[in-house]
Design a protein around this ligand. Sequence first.
Ligand code: F6R
Length: 257
Amino acid sequence: MTIIRAKDYNEMSRTAANIVSAQVILFPECVLGLATGDTPIGMYNQLIEWNKKGDLDFSQVKTVNLDEYIGLAKEHYQSYFWFMQQNFFNHININAKNVFLPDGLVSDTQNECARYEDRIQTLGGIDLQVLGLGHNGHIGFNEPGTVFKKKTHVVTLTERTIAANSRFFRDTEEMPKKAITMGMGTIMQAKRIVLMCAGEDKSEILYKALCGDIDPMVPASILQLHNNLTIVADDEALRLVRQDAKISNTIKIAAES
Ligand code: F6R
């Protein structure tokens, strides 16, 4: 595990964008696993800027997203499909045919999970997976529980996740209670994982995820077993990790801009 310490959200975003950019430059046909949420928005903005400048080409890149709400049409302003269009895909030269998310509107969601899992395998698996971290330790929508679910599956969102995400909906009742998410096995099979994390409110869960036991009640803790994991986090999110003697002197400092 490599931990890169950034001084703030902007530096975290630029550092993660550098990692994604290196991947795309070295392997133009790579498969990127992408996340939604507040955490990666700054990274997407940076990647958009480099793409517009002509320094980064997404024309052959393929993307698979972690998750999608069940019951929202693609055009719904809170669907993850829509989020990705608005925050990233509409602004870069990616081919729409190379963009994949689970379809949250199909009637047979089990079949959709199997289809999505197959799609990822047919693409050859994920070369680089970008992750954010939920306050309860979820990654994708793999919520705390008694087991790590392996493959893409339907999940019932926890009260905490519903509370956290319903703020984005005009009417909180609109917030779906279920989602389709890649499983922990799907995520762990990615050749490289970059977990991004910012803010004091994530410091406790980041500490548990990186320094605690590997426990399905903290889904992100399984990432400790990945052999190519990079954490890019800001000072605030790393507050408790930095106090852990075993880990603190391995932390690298992000390159100053
Ligand atoms: C979103 C996703 C979630 C988020 C997590 C953190 O696709 O997979 O696991 O990464 O909920 O969300 P933010 O970044 O909004 O704090």
